[in-house]
Write a protein that binds this ligand. Structure first.
Ligand code: NAG
Ligand code: NAG
Ligand code: NAG
Length: 266
């Protein structure tokens, strides 16, 4: 009898696990969300190049002209190993981090302990949530504290003459993202998770509500766009670096819990 109960218990729990593992898995302790596969673009329209892309080609073909995704440009496996949930909590759990709201023009800032953020605030965001109601960790890093970690990061080796680089590190939940905005040129990569990008050239201001999230823009505005009004778009994975030129509009959507780092060239 006990054996039979045990059998049913096992059958029951393994079924629950199977149902969930269809949608969720963990990478580096961070939650990956396979059900957001539906939110990946049908066709990536940003050029993808391999590590054989030379610096001269990068400058001539992309630096001042258009975005590009470069695969295998650097090896950040050591940095990735330092960015697992366990390692980051161990090292930075008690440090304060500065969180921002994700609306375009009026970022609000709040300081919390990193552990508090990871364990209680880092969660998936749904479509109806306002950008101004979601707090997330991107940029505003205290370089004194995070410097030892950033030293282990291999930044993309392609510099733009006359600029210097500044890092912006963050972690955000599935469904979060920054709505359209622009600034100087830079690179961005995910260390864990996937991040979908939408980009428009400087002369083409996108239609969007600055208080709404990228997710709500994707569900409500994007489907109505004419073909000529579609952004360049692509989802980047670990091992890829996306380059965006100066003044290009861009919005991002984290499909998983993403650990990411950008290198701004200012
Ligand atoms: C996974 O993605 C779906 C679809 O966007 C979302 O509704 C859900 O909240 C996400 N779950 C987690 C745990 O990230
Ligand atoms: C950055 O961290 C250092 C060391 O913990 C601290 O002394 C300093 O006040 C912090 N800076 C800011 C702007 O929070
Ligand atoms: C966005 O929110 C701000 C502050 O709540 C408000 O003043 C502004 O009118 C809103 N903008 C739009 C386009 O809804």
């Amino acid at each position: 009898m006990a054996l039979l109960e045990h059998f049913f218990f096992l059958a029951f729990t393994s079924q629950i696990l199977a149902e969930h593992s269809e949608y969720l898995k963990w990478d580096g302790g961070w939650l990956m969300n396979r059900s957001t596969r539906l939110l990946e673009e049908k066709h990536c329209t940003v050029e993808r190049r391999g590590a054989s892309l030379t610096y001269a080609e990068f400058i001539q073909q992309y630096a001042f002209l258009r975005p590009v995704i470069i695969q295998g440009l650097t090896d950040n496996s050591e940095f990735q190993a330092l960015c697992t949930k366990e390692r980051l909590l161990e090292e930075y759990g008690e440090h304060l981090v500065r969180l921002s709201t994700a609306n375009t023009y009026s970022y609000q800032k709040v300081n919390v302990r990193f552990r508090e953020y990871v364990e209680h605030l880092l969660k998936p965001q749904d479509q109806d949530c306002l950008g101004s109601d979601t707090l997330y960790f991107f940029g505003d890093n205290n370089f004194t504290e995070w410097g030892p970690l950033f030293e282990k990061y291999s930044a993309p080796p392609f510099q733009i003459p006359g600029t210097s680089k500044a890092y912006s590190f963050g972690i955000a939940g599935s469904g979060t993202g920054v709505p359209f905005h622009w600034h100087g040129p830079g690179f961005s990569e995910v260390i864990f998770g996937r991040k979908r990008w939408f980009l428009y050239p400087p002369e083409k201001t996108p239609e969007f509500n600055p208080n709404r999230t990228t997710l709500s823009w994707l569900m409500e505005t994007y489907p109505l766009l004419l073909d000529v009004d579609r952004p360049l778009e692509c989802t980047i994975h670990p091992g890829e670096v996306l380059y965006f030129p100066d003044h290009w509009w861009h919005a991002t959507l984290n499909l998983d819990t993403s650990v990411f780092i950008s290198t701004f060239l200012g």
